[in-house]
Design a protein around this ligand. Structure first.
Ligand code: SPD
Length: 286
């Protein structure tokens, strides 16, 4: 019944987490395969996690648990910022981050910079509920390398949300200190940045590395987590930094109440509790 099973007609997608550990999802149907100029894009329909998007064989989203990733990437920083109006999204081609941002009543303009238009097109076709916000009039999609884009903007954004893929292939530069220097410059004087960073169990030192980049640039920084069962070890680490707001800060509860119906992961207790970290991570980042 597992990936080494030879039963005819039984297919598994397996993501390797370490040389000796992986996650296997039993596949109903392999829906889509395309080698873009940047990466191998695949979409599977699976028995327990619904449709799954993978890039270069790594899981980006599953229909079953993508909410736990996107709600936490977006609502934690935007409810700490006092008045987020202009937002820059780095990556995020599936559109899940946009879907959460457009719920915020203060937001006037969202620029999304995605290097791979083929990911956007595939997700608009196969994940219509995740990618629904591409039609929102506040959204502008820029198909470009985000490393170049962030060099070209100065003091324009209230929040930058980094929804990259893993640090292999086109996303490698999005974990470098020079990129965060440009992100800092792209933010206005009370700007905030949050980004998906690493599985805290397997890669505490990657969390440390990105946090150190942020500590060199921002007065307030932190790490928070979300439980995402299809990601390695099920617990994902996000890094966050602000020019003016203490991290952690409690969320704006009035704004939260304007869109909280329909959320599946984020709430006030989760916001505050997500900054509580296990000892092994505290020791890695101190
Ligand atoms: N290995 C999981 C890391 C994926 C982070 N990005 C996911 C993109 C979802 N919008």
């Amino acid at each position: 019944m597992f990936p080494n099973d030879t039963t005819e007609g039984v297919t598994w997608f397996m993501e390797q987490h370490t040389p000796n550990v992986g996650l296997a999802l039993r596949v109903k149907e392999h829906l889509y395969t395309h080698q873009s100029p940047y990466q191998l894009i695949e979409i599977f329909d699976t028995f327990d996690y619904g449709k799954v998007l993978t890039l270069d064989k790594l899981i980006m989203i599953t229909e079953r648990d993508e909410f736990a990733y996107h709600e936490m990437l977006v609502h934690v920083p935007l409810l700490i910022h006092p008045n987020p109006r202009k937002i820059l999204v780095i990556g995020g081609g599936d559109g899940g981050t946009l879907r959460e941002i457009v719920k915020h009543p203060t937001v006037e303009r969202i620029v999304q910079v995605e290097i791979d238009e083929d990911v956007v097109n595939a997700c608009r076709e196969y994940f219509p509920e995740v990618s629904s916000a591409y039609d929102d009039p506040r959204v502008e999609l820029v198909v470009q390398d985000a490393l170049k884009y962030v060099k070209s903007v100065r003091g324009q954004f209230d929040a930058v949300l980094i929804d990259s893929s893993d640090p292999v292939g086109p996303a490698v530069g999005l974990f470098a200190e020079s990129f965060f220097t440009d992100v800092h410059a792209a933010l206005n004087s009370d700007g905030i940045v949050s980004g998906q960073t690493a599985p805290i169990f397997y890669e505490p030192m990657r969390i440390r590395l990105v946090l150190d980049h942020l500590r060199n640039l921002f007065p307030y920084t932190g790490v928070y987590t979300s439980h995402i069962p299809s990601y390695p070890a099920g617990m994902w680490g996000f890094t966050i930094a602000s020019k003016t707001q203490k991290i952690p800060s409690p969320p704006d509860e009035v704004r939260f109440l304007t869109f909280c119906e329909g959320l599946k992961y984020y709430n006030i207790s989760i916001h505050n509790g997500s900054f509580g970290l296990p000892q092994y991570i505290l020791q890695a980042i101190e």
